[in-house]
Design a protein around this ligand. Structure first.
Ligand code: GDP
Ligand code: MG
Length: 598
């Protein structure tokens, strides 16, 4: 396709503002699928994505559009993941485009997630076409939303397209705007091949499928290619595009978006953002912006039924075939048995994997409290240790200092909930950086420790604001903190699965909370069971489960005092023995419940 007939664009939208519905409409209008094939929301092709209404993996589709100027254009719509956990993947999809549709719900207005993505889009020098969607709704206020786009984002909104993806209003206007306003890509077909690896996924029939955007040169079937970051070489065996059905092509030229396969077995061999070049005639330098993605949230996953361990391992391998951004390694816990320590890009990513294991692989799992990655500066210049698991925390003596990851969060909240949101941020050790008002809503910027956010921040935010607050964040680096390991001891023995890293200022309340909870979960024994939370040797919270009272002396009606005393002594001894043997019978359900309650 000649460059001037290509348009590459993505759709930026806050969750639920109508990105998927609009994408489907564009496909339908340009004839990519017949009405019969047009199942609801074709771009969200995973079951969980459909249910949660979010896009996890970026997809792309090529549309042919005959514009009002009589020419036919090739439009490549890059769908982007719609969640902060996948910010890097979003950035690569955006880097593959020249423009974006900014979809804003006419009744909801601009939200935090919209902003984060629109700023990225502006950084990529995109031409942005605002689309005000859902104008069919009675609550739609397109003029107010236009003003918000201008005030909050700073984009002119006079030419915003008014649309309803649901009822099909404004779809032609959107397509015309794409052709007229979004610039054609640039590129040199004669230069050495330079293509960006935008996304990859595992397909059971095709193997690993790689989504690419060609910048310069030509990508052909039969070509020996090289991944510049990974340093590996592969032979291209298929080239094509999605309409959204697969169409095979001979080659992809500059400016074009499509897919290749090259007999690659695992997505872990294909890093998003890598530069693909010709092995024989390589480009001089790789494309900018490459980043290796690292898991930021870790937790233990254990099968409830120990016999499911092998099944869990196999399932994790299968999931990883398609998702190189999560990691796992074996872990053993005295309380929970054999399991895995897993790393994720964020909490949503964790929930998705957990849900797929439960649903698609039929596993019943216990998840330990999520934890971030701490940097432990060891004493006596012994270097830095990355800590993924509270159980591996070195003795306090060996630690010089502990650093934790911080984030900068942007929160949008209607005025009436502002006070409680500020309190939430303060309680979570937040540092306020900015507070402004736009159109009756507050925009707050806070620096927060990531540790405080993975706990339950998002849920709290939503419940405090009755769903009206929106939230977005990015990491800003590591800072020293007074962080300690809190152990939970049942009958004086630490329970590994319940230990956690906490800020000293919060240790007591967390500890008390956990002790109270366990008190209700652990059944009574013949003896008293202390439950303690401790930092090092120091107990900071304590509860006691009273002993079951078995009134052994009741049987000895009246009389024999000696016999009575003997019985009592015997019972005391019994108690001691039980203690000496140490272990309290704690049903595994108690751990599970304690952990599930978050
Ligand atoms: P996404 O999360 O941005 O992909 O949003 P979806 O496309 O999944 O849409 C979210 C919800 O809004 C769905 O229930 C859609 O049916 C609905 N929706 C999308 N566009 C419109 C519209 O133009 N009007 C109305 N009334 N509802 C819409
Ligand atoms: Mg969607």
């Amino acid at each position: 396709t000649p460059l001037d007939k290509i348009r590459n664009f993505s759709i930026i939208a806050h969750i639920d503002h109508g990105k998927s519905t609009l994408a489907d409409r564009l496909i339908q209008r340009t004839g990519g699928l017949s009405d019969r094939e047009m199942s609801a929301q074709v771009l969200d092709n995973m079951e969980i994505e459909k249910e949660r209404g979010i896009t996890i993996k970026a997809q792309t589709v090529r549309l042919d559009y005959k514009a009002s100027d009589g020419e036919t254009y090739t439009l490549n719509l890059m769908d982007t993941p719609g969640h902060v956990d996948f910010a890097y993947e979003v950035s690569r999809s955006l880097a593959a485009c020249e423009g974006a549709l900014l979809v804003v719900d006419a009744a909801q207005g601009v939200e935090a997630q919209t902003l984060a993505n629109v700023y990225q889009s502006i950084e990529h020098d995109h031409e942005i076409v605002p689309v005000i969607n859902k104008i069919d709704l009675p609550a739609a206020e397109p003029d107010k939303v236009k003003a918000e786009i201008e005030d909050i984002i700073g984009l002119p909104a006079d030419d915003a397209v008014l649309a309803s993806a649901k009822s099909g209003i404004g779809i032609d206007d959107i397509l015309e705007s794409i052709v007229k306003r979004i610039p054609a890509p640039k590129g040199d077909a004669a230069a050495p091949l330079k293509a960006m690896l935008v996304d990859s996924w595992y397909d059971p029939y095709l193997g690993v499928v790689i989504l690419v955007r060609v910048i310069d040169g030509v990508l052909k079937k039969g070509q020996q290619i090289k991944f510049m970051q990974a340093g590996t070489q592969h032979l291209v065996d298929r080239v094509g595009c999605f309409r959204p059905k697969i169409e095979q092509l001979g080659e992809l030229g500059p400016g074009e978006v499509g897919f290749i396969t090259a007999q690659i077995k695992e997505v872990s061999q294909t890093a998003v953002g890598d530069t693909i070049t010709d092995a024989k005639k390589p480009a001089a330098e790789a494309l900018p912006g490459f980043k290796e993605v690292q898991p930021v949230v870790f937790c233990g996953l254990f099968p409830v039924d120990a016999n499911d361990f092998e099944k869990l391992r196999d399932s994790l391998y299968k999931l990883r075939l398609n998702d190189a951004s999560f990691s796992f390694e074996m872990e053993t816990s005295a309380a929970l048995g054999f399991g895995f320590r897993c790393g994720f890009l964020g909490l949503l990513h964790l929930e998705i994997i957990q849900e797929r294991l439960t649903r698609e692989y039929d596993l019943d799992l216990i998840t330990t409290a999520p934890s971030v990655v701490y940097h432990i500066n060891l004493a006596h210049n012994q270097g830095v240790q990355e800590l993924h698991n509270p159980a591996d925390m070195p003795d306090a003596m060996k630690i010089a200092s502990v650093e934790e990851p911080w984030i900068e969060a942007t929160i949008y909240v209607p005025d009436e909930h502002l006070g409680s949101i500020l309190k939430l941020c303060q309680d979570r050790r937040g540092i306020q950086k900015n507070l402004t008002y736009v159109s009756g809503r507050a925009q707050i910027t806070y620096e927060l420790p990531l540790n405080e956010v993975v706990f339950d921040f998002y849920d709290r935010l939503k419940s405090i604001s009755r769903g009206y607050a929106s939230f977005d964040y990015h990491q800003i680096g590591y800072r020293e903190g007074d962080l300690v390991k809190m152990n939970v001891l049942v009958n004086n023995e630490p329970v590994d699965a319940l230990s956690m890293i906490v800020h000293r200022s919060q240790a007591e309340s967390r500890g008390r909370h956990m002790c109270e909870r366990l008190k209700d979960l652990i059944p009574r024994h013949m003896f008293k069971v202390p439950i303690q939370a401790a930092i090092g040797g120091k107990v900071i919270a304590r509860e006691t489960i009273a002993a079951l009272r078995k009134d052994v002396t009741a049987k000895c009606y009246g009389g024999d005092a000696t016999r009575k005393r003997k019985l009592l002594e015997k019972q005391k001894e019994g108690k001691k023995r039980m203690r000496e043997y140490g272990s309290v019978q704690i049903p595994q359900e108690a751990f599970i419940a304690a952990l599930r309650m978050g």
